[in-house]
Design a protein around this ligand. Structure first.
Ligand SMILES: NC(=O)c1ccc[n+]([C@@H]2O[C@H](COP(=O)([O-])OP(=O)(O)OC[C@H]3O[C@@H](n4cnc5c(N)ncnc54)[C@H](O)[C@@H]3O)[C@@H](O)[C@H]2O)c1
Length: 301
């Protein structure tokens, strides 16, 4: 897709982060937008920012994990805007604890939000796109959708699913005039990386030894250490739009994924080592972060 001016875009999860930056960048290019989220206040703020760029903007509440919500906003979209040129399936969450203690409800919530959402979107929008024989579908996956080293584990399962669906839709839709891209972000500075101190249940002994204030600081700055080199969502989205303009299936914002995929194909043993070492290194960074603040975290794990 090369020209965005006066075309129609639909975005999920547009109230913050990558979704918001996509909306702003596309509005700058003259695209009219229908933006959705569960965070209505956030969405209305983004709408005001977009309108300053002189494009048509509509908002709709859509919990992507629910098909009924999708059907409702899709019908509203058709009524107000006509056909969809760019469909961006962006909304996502990253939750889940350590491997042995993930509740089934958490698995379900992550799969429904990150993966079933794409199925809902496709069901609501694809028939009319196929009939018209045009449009571009963009699914936001993750590095956690091509390499099995990140955590939480339900997030990895959902994002591998997003990548698989994107490949198969790319193959099935290419000859019907519809393009598909899958975005593979590495680390982007958005709310998904923000740890909410109020939701952390500290182990009682850890809390007693260090106090809530110190622990809140330690946990809320943890991602700054782990996600070193994270880029801004505005910069990330400029790279993603370049990939969309070239109709690329895979759109990366970090070269190291390409190198690792090469290793995966050419040297399976090295790749296996990388998977294990990658996890160990993340654990090392996690422990170092706490040590630097005077907390011997392994005594409390
Ligand atoms: N930020 C990163 O480093 C990173 C890395 C890899 C992949 N991603 C992916 O990028 C996408 C966007 O995330 P972000 O980084 O901008 O995070 P974010 O938290 O800033 O934005 C996510 C948005 O999705 C919305 N949302 C959450 N659950 C929803 C639901 N059920 N229905 C509708 N909207 C919902 C939130 O309200 C929020 O506005 C996600 O799919 C995420 O997995 C992000």
């Amino acid at each position: 897709m090369k020209d965005f001016k006066n075309k129609n875009g639909f975005i999920t999860g547009a109230a913050s982060g990558i979704g918001r930056s996509f909306a702003l960048a596309l509005a700058k290019r003259g695209m009219n937008l229908y933006i959705t989220d569960i965070n209505i206040d956030g969405l209305e703020k983004v709408k005001l920012e977009l309108e300053k760029r002189g494009v048509k903007v509509f908002t709709g509440k859509c919990d992507v994990s629910k098909y009924d919500d999708f059907e409702k906003v899709a019908n509203d979209f058709y009524e107000k805007m006509g056909e969809v040129d760019l469909l961006i399936n962006n909304a996502g969450i990253s939750i889940g604890m350590d491997m042995l203690n993930i509740d089934l409800e958490v698995w379900q919530k992550v799969i429904d939000t990150n993966l079933s959402s794409i199925i809902h979107s496709i069901k609501a929008f694809l028939p009319r796109m196929v009939k018209r024989g045009s449009g571009h579908i963009v699914n936001i996956a993750s590095g956690a959708g091509i390499l099995g080293i990140a955590e939480p584990i339900p997030y990895i399962a959902s994002k591998f699913g997003v990548v698989g669906l994107s490949e198969t839709f790319f193959a099935r839709l290419k000859n019907l005039g519809i393009n598909v891209s899958v975005i593979v972000p590495a680390w982007v500075k958005t709310n998904i990386l923000v740890i909410d101190a109020d939701k952390i249940q500290y182990p009682p002994k850890l809390l007693k030894d260090f106090g809530k204030e110190k622990l809140d600081t330690a946990y809320t700055t943890l991602m700054d250490t782990i996600a070193e080199g994270a880029i801004s969502p505005d910069d990330a989205v400029e790279k993603y739009i370049e990939g969309i303009e070239k109709n690329q299936l895979y759109v990366f914002d970090a070269d190291f994924y390409l190198e690792l995929l090469k290793v995966k194909g050419e040297d399976p043993k090295q790749y296996e080592n990388f998977l294990v070492e990658g996890l160990v290194n993340r654990g090392k960074k996690f422990r170092e972060h706490f040590h630097n603040l005077g907390i011997n975290i392994e005594d409390y794990m």
